[in-house]
Design a protein. Structure first.
Lengths: 260, 210
């Protein structure tokens, strides 16, 4: 869908700040590049600006200063509808349309892009298979699904028109730990095949290390560091270490319990 | 002569006045939907208009019905025929529940759903017609339900300006100090209100998104 040259970064933040009401600063002078085909994880606690960063990419928000470039073009220059349709979007509350069946939910973007009905249906079947759902589920409504199934439908819906970019805002956050681990694993496998440019928001250290090709740590609206998972584990950055410690404490405590 | 006797003896007139009554209520409700729903949508898009629009509809509600009929009398075309006048007045009264429920229904749609739709590149129009309105429908129907029940009652007063309807019996009965005649208007009117309430209640339940 995109015609931009391959050497241009998929997403590029240049000196981006975002303020509400002109004063309260949610994001400060962010510089960040997302390469084609990588999974960049935005890690940070609540209120660190992760979701704001994500929404700046599909222009649900616009920068107060600086610019966000998608395929080398500032988001403000894009036709906003075109921009959003080439970016898949998955959120924690899923946001499945409660009055649509699974099939209509997944086929939403193809339908508003006026694909022929037959092709849309074929694509829905393909996607159900891809995210590991039984095709019988197609005629059900979201309320008849489990949390994990709903999240899978959410991922399938985001992938429907085969967008080159995928934005995921804590997509597995509301799931129980076992289902979450299952979906994380499957998503990692899926990404190995699809090579989408993925920006993934989470506050879960484990998830970040598992899924990220790089991890960007945000704190109070500023970017602290961008590391590969290997670098991240070894980083001397105090804040990174704080994260690692919090993460390892959990592991150690559970080990100690095992010994007792 | 008891009430049933009177009803049976005057059945053709009862039917005729009931039909007139239904015409007044039906026409005004349809008009109120056609005006109120778009206005309700408008104020979800332009929050600045929220107060003036709802405020005006509120003020109309506080005007006593007889006075409103009187105010509208000099209006051109409308004032020429009593039923037009009555329909306009009933429409104005029905506006508030229509506007308010449309607004409440749309703003009450789950934020995550709207955000997801917007994020996937739905246009404003697609969001409105495929997501917001279908999900707000049961609340909008609840508005139509309230408006209809109110206007079945209010329409009896339209007889005072000669617009017909079941109010004819009521006013005639009052003039004749005859309870049977009053009841011949009041009972069918009450039945209509109950029927409308029940019917729209069923519809409202069926259209609930969850």
């Amino acid at each position: 869908m995109s015609s931009a040259p391959a050497n241009v970064a998929a997403i590029n933040f240049r000196q981006v700040s975002f303020r509400i009401n002109g004063t309260h600063e949610l994001l400060r002078e962010l510089n960040l590049q997302v390469e084609r085909g990588e999974t960049l994880v935005l890690l940070g606690r609540s209120g660190s600006g992760k979701t704001t960063t994500l929404k700046l990419i599909n222009r649900l928000l616009q920068p107060s200063d600086g610019e966000v470039r998608v395929d080398g073009r500032p988001t403000t220059d894009w036709d906003v509808i075109r921009l959003r349709r080439m970016i898949g979007y998955v959120i924690q509350d899923v946001g499945l349309f409660p009055h649509f069946t699974v099939e209509r939910n997944i086929g939403l973007v193809p339908r508003i892009e006026s694909w022929p009905a037959e092709r849309t249906k074929q694509r829905v079947d393909e996607l159900l298979l891809l995210v590991g759902l039984d095709s019988q589920i197609a005629s059900r409504y979201p309320r008849e699904l489990s949390g994990g199934q709903r999240q899978r439908v959410g991922v399938a819906r985001a992938l429907a028109a085969d967008p080159p970019i995928l934005l995921m805002d804590e997509p597995f956050g509301a799931l129980d730990p076992i289902t979450r681990a299952e979906l994380q694993r499957e998503f990692a496998l899926l990404q190995e095949r699809l090579h989408k440019t993925v920006v993934f928001v989470t506050h879960d250290m484990r998830e970040a290390l598992l899924l990220g090709s790089r991890i960007a740590l945000l704190e109070a609206g500023s970017l602290v560091a961008v590391h590969t998972p290997e670098e991240f584990v070894q980083s001397k950055e105090p804040l990174v270490q704080a994260y690692m410690e919090a993460f390892q404490t959990g592991v150690q405590v559970s080990r100690r319990r095992e010994v007792v | 002569m008891n009430f049933w006797h009177f009803m049976v003896q005057n059945r053709s007139q009862v039917v005729e006045l009931t039909a007139e009554h239904l015409w007044l209520v039906g026409a005004s409700t349809v008009l109120a939907v056609l005006i109120g729903v778009p206005l309700g949508i408008l104020i979800t898009r332009y929050p600045r208009l929220n107060k003036p629009v709802l405020g005006s509809a509120n003020i109309i509600q506080t005007i006593p019905s007889l006075a409103l009929f009187g105010f509208l009398l000099p209006a051109p075309w409308i004032g020429e025929r009593a039923d037009r006048l009555a329909i306009l007045a009933l429409t104005l009264y029905a506006l508030l529940p229509m506007i308010r429920n449309t607004y409440t229904g749309i703003t009450g749609v789950d934020h995550a759903v709207v955000e997801a739709g917007r994020g996937m590149g739905m246009t404003d129009r697609q969001l409105l017609f495929q997501v917001e309105l279908p999900l707000a429908l049961s609340v909008i129907i609840a508005g139509i339900r309230v408006a209809t029940v109110i206007s079945v009652g209010l329409a009896t007063i339209a007889a005072a300006i000669g617009a017909g309807g079941l109010g004819e019996f009521i006013f005639r009965g009052l003039a004749m100090v005859n309870n049977q005649v009053i009841l011949a208007g009041a009972v069918p009117a009450a039945l209509l209100a109950i029927l409308a309430d029940f019917g729209f209640g069923l519809l409202e339940k069926r259209l609930q998104p969850h």
